[in-house]
Design a protein around this ligand. Sequence first.
Ligand code: G3H
Ligand code: ZN
Length: 287
Amino acid sequence: MLVSAAEMLKKAKAGHYAVGHFNINNLEWTKCILQAAEEMKSPVILGVSEGAGKYMTGFKTITAMVDAMVEEMGITVPVALHLDHGSYEGCKKCIEAGFSSIMFDGSHYPIEENIAKTKELVAICKEKGMSLEAEVGAIGGEEDGVIGKGECADPEECKMIADLGIDFLAAGIGNIHGKYPENWEGLSFETLDAIQQKTGDMPLVLHGGTGIPDDMIKKAISLGVAKINVNTECQIVFAEATRKYIEEGKDLEGKGFDPRKLLKPGCDAIIDKVKEKIELFGSAGKA
Ligand code: G3H
Ligand code: ZN
């Protein structure tokens, strides 16, 4: 059964570790992430961008697939199915489709509009027992056509959104989606600290998890980050392992062109990467 992410993230914040949010793209991705989380005995959040939602034919298809996989794989760890960087309309669709968690990304709206829309979604999510993530201060870089500037959020605005009754808050602290540029200045721990002081027990979310150095990840967790989003890193290891398999001509040997064989090296790479992140975030054994 899919669960809301509220409880797992409350526990994570109190226990000074973070739960990984890993984006899914297809059946293989989903299966690999679930397998890794189960083997590590870690709670996990499956993130779905609106672009990935369309790619997988729609949110209802995804809910049905994930629900059935959790059951047939015998998954015992808590699993949340979460809309990533959702628009207002996307949130409504996922609520209807049976997701257990949504993110409303209103960071590009003026704060008053972000507040009004977030407030409306808080009421719906409470009624349905779903968790809600909100965002203040756009995350930099590009993800599935969603482009953010990479700002540092205003701690006062973070408090205004946190007080609406959301379950966890994504706040820009200089983080960027995708690969970090050479001249990246790093995370702003000063901003993170100020946000945590203003928002108290609220679990904070760190987007753009790909390529953030381990020591920065650990420091961010110590300052209240309880959910870390990782997407690009799984894509990179999948692509590298698949390319190597093909370049070595393994797809030409025997039945190596069978999609189940062709996709295996990439899938194994995703499993290893997710396990590595779970270990780093400290959520292993916390299910
Ligand atoms: O919302 C998803 C993420 O923030 C993932 O970022 O692709 O840089 O790992 P990433
Ligand atoms: Zn993100």
